[in-house]
Design a protein around this ligand. Structure first.
Ligand code: C2E
Ligand code: MG
Ligand code: MG
Length: 566
């Protein structure tokens, strides 16, 4: 199957390119006559010129026909050079010679075949040329092909290479880069089992193959549930999507798919980036039940440029202290009067061009490329200094919690960073809390758990942030080393009017009780929410009800109030 589609690709409209190297014009002409109908031919008169042409056309050349006896650089010397160059070594060379002795030598040097002068019948030469090219391309493909075992589609490395090669031969053809994702694929895995999910993937792969048949387009599976298509431009994708859904059959077990299309993708940019753009578009309808297909367009391009600017501006922003750490109080509500227990450090970016940017905009971006580690280090330092300053000023410690991104959890230096922060600010680990999101645990649980255990062994308390947004099972939760649960804002949104939300909240608090850890509710804005949480046994509250996140100077008044009421 693989070789068939490979031929198919080359025969769409391109002629393969070959280079004829001979110092005698007659020989060049003769070969030209025999081969120009089937091939695009370049000519060189000596070895040096040939080398230049080969280097310039390395991406498209399929074969070199090489004379041995030539001035300047002779054929055997050139052959030796080619075979030593890793970029060019794969290029097959047929040697043109009248000497028997040169045949053996050239084969030893890596020539694929030889043609003796005077030339045989044109058909013989044509057949030798064709066979050599086929053999070399097949070898190349066999060496490099790896299929996705489950679906039989290409794997992504091969797919990208194939797409690039396709572009070389069809530079003028408008191509679409398309991603297909399955919404909540992992749930299908969990709910219906692996083999069910595997069948689903196979069905989608088959449907894609059918949709691409005869178009010259190709498909691969990039990750578990992401497929890529590179295909000649089409006006709409509804038909394709409908065909895939039909193949998946009716019923409740049918997944929702989303397609991201980058139409007439810019061939001037990296092939992988073209698919990143398609995916960017696709992800905009991730939670949209009315639409399943989205196109990469100017507005997304704007967004992308904006993101790029944020990324490019990060170092300067750190140097110029454009990032500012705000603090939001956390109150203990168990007693008569709410008591200030700690504060959460939340970063803000005062951008010289874009104004105040919320972390929801740039944190995910920095998590994607690892920049978050630098920013977090900065925030952690600021927060540690702040705790020290308040202690010096008010003689009391207001512990501060900092957000630790899932990316930070993979930093082998993490423990020593925190140790050093405590040492240089003369703090004890009890003065400093760490918030790690629930979803971080889901990613590489064992490793994360080990790191969290190490941090706790140093004396740090670890709060699980955004609890309830991940998919931790109760079983897993009970084995997690945590000191508190922070309930995500979305649990609070419909409180207390919606009975379902209240029930959900009770469930969360039950889980916390079962784990014997205190609960901090985030996003509390109103009195009635506070009253309900208090009644249900929630321990701490953080939210606009008490205060928005504020700069440290402003936060001081909460401390002053607390100190004076003691
Ligand atoms: P988070 O850690 O869960 O922080 C709580 C978010 O809820 C904050 O949003 C806070 O301003 C907001 N919030 C607090 N009370 C209320 C309320 O009553 N109503 C509403 N509507 N919102 C409330 P913010 O500051 O925009 O931060 C968003 C997220 O960005 C944070 O969620 C955290 O995951 C991340 N983040 C912020 N600063 C940092 C940081 O320095 N490092 C890292 N890695 N992540 C950070
Ligand atoms: Mg947090
Ligand atoms: Mg949170």
């Amino acid at each position: 199957m693989m070789l068939k589609s490979h031929r198919n690709f080359h025969s769409v409209n391109g002629k393969r390119q070959i280079l004829v190297v001979d110092d005698e014009a007659v020989n060049r002409e003769l070969l030209g006559l025999m081969l120009s109908e089937d091939y695009d031919i370049l000519y060189a008169e000596d070895g040096r010129q040939a080398l230049e042409l080969i280097r310039a056309n390395a991406a498209t050349l399929s074969l070199v026909l090489l004379d041995i006896l030539m001035p300047e650089l002779n054929g055997l010397e050139l052959l030796t050079l080619l075979k030593q160059d890793p970029e060019l070594a794969h290029l097959p060379v047929i040697v043109l010679t009248s000497e028997k002795s040169a045949e053996v030598r050239s084969l030893r040097l890596g020539a694929s075949d030889f043609i003796t002068k005077p030339y045989d019948l044109p058909e013989v030469i044509q057949a030798r040329v064709r066979r050599t090219i086929e053999l070399s391309e097949d070898t190349y493909i066999i060496q490099t092909t790896e299929h996705d075992e489950l679906t039989g589609l290409y794997n992504k490395e091969y797919f990208y290479r194939y797409a690039e090669q396709f572009d070389r031969y069809h530079a003028a053809m408008a191509m679409d880069a398309v991603t297909l994702d399955i919404n909540h694929f992992h749930l299908f895995n969990e709910l219906y089992g692996r083999s069910f999910a595997d069948e689903m993937l196979k069905t989608i792969a088959d449907a894609l193959r059918r949709a691409l048949e005869g178009t010259g387009g190709i498909a691969c599976r990039r990750e578990a549930d992401t497929f890529l298509l590179y295909a000649p431009h089409r006006e709409e994708y509804d038909t394709m999507l409908a065909a895939i859904l039909t193949a998946l059959g009716e019923g409740g077990h049918r997944p929702r798919l989303r397609l991201g299309v980058y139409p007439c993708a810019d061939k001037g940019i990296d092939i992988e980036l073209r698919f990143d753009r398609a995916k960017l578009a696709g992800d905009t309808v991730r939670n949209n039940y009315a639409r399943s297909i989205a196109y990469y367009d100017d507005s997304l391009h704007e967004k992308e440029l904006y993101s790029e600017k944020l990324i490019a501006g990060m170092d300067q922003a750190l140097r110029e202290r454009q990032f500012q750490v705000y603090y939001q109080p956390k109150y203990d509500i168990r007693g008569e009067r709410p008591v200030l227990r700690s504060a959460e450090a939340l970063v803000r970016w005062n951008h010289p061009l874009f104004g105040r940017i919320s972390p929801g905009r740039f944190i995910p971006l920095f998590e994607e490329n690892g920049l978050i580690q630098k920013l977090d280090l900065y925030v952690w330092q600021e927060a540690a200094r702040q705790v020290r300053r308040w202690r010096e000023e008010y003689g009391t410690v207001i512990p501060v919690s900092v957000n630790v991104s899932r990316i930070d959890m993979h930093n082998p230096e993490l423990l020593s960073i925190f140790r050093e922060l405590m040492r240089s600010n003369q703090l004890s680990p009890g003065d400093y809390l760490l918030e790690i999101t629930e979803s971080a645990y889901a990613e590489d649980s064992e490793r994360i758990i080990r790191t969290v255990e190490d941090l706790r062994a140093l004396g740090f308390q670890v709060e699980m942030d955004d609890f309830g947004s991940g998919y931790s099972s109760l079983n897993m939760l009970s084995s997690l080393p945590i000191d508190a649960l922070k309930l995500g804002i979305k649990f609070l949104q419909d409180l207390p009017s919606d009975p379902k939300s209240v029930r959900m909240l009770e469930l969360m608090l039950d889980i916390a009780r079962y784990l014997s850890v205190p609960v901090i509710a985030e996003g509390v804005e109103r009195e009635d929410q506070l009253a309900l949480l208090k009644r249900l046994g929630c321990d701490m509250i953080q939210g606009y009800y008490f205060s928005r996140p504020v700069p440290p100077e402003e936060f001081a008044r909460f401390i002053e109030k607390e100190v004076s009421s003691c």
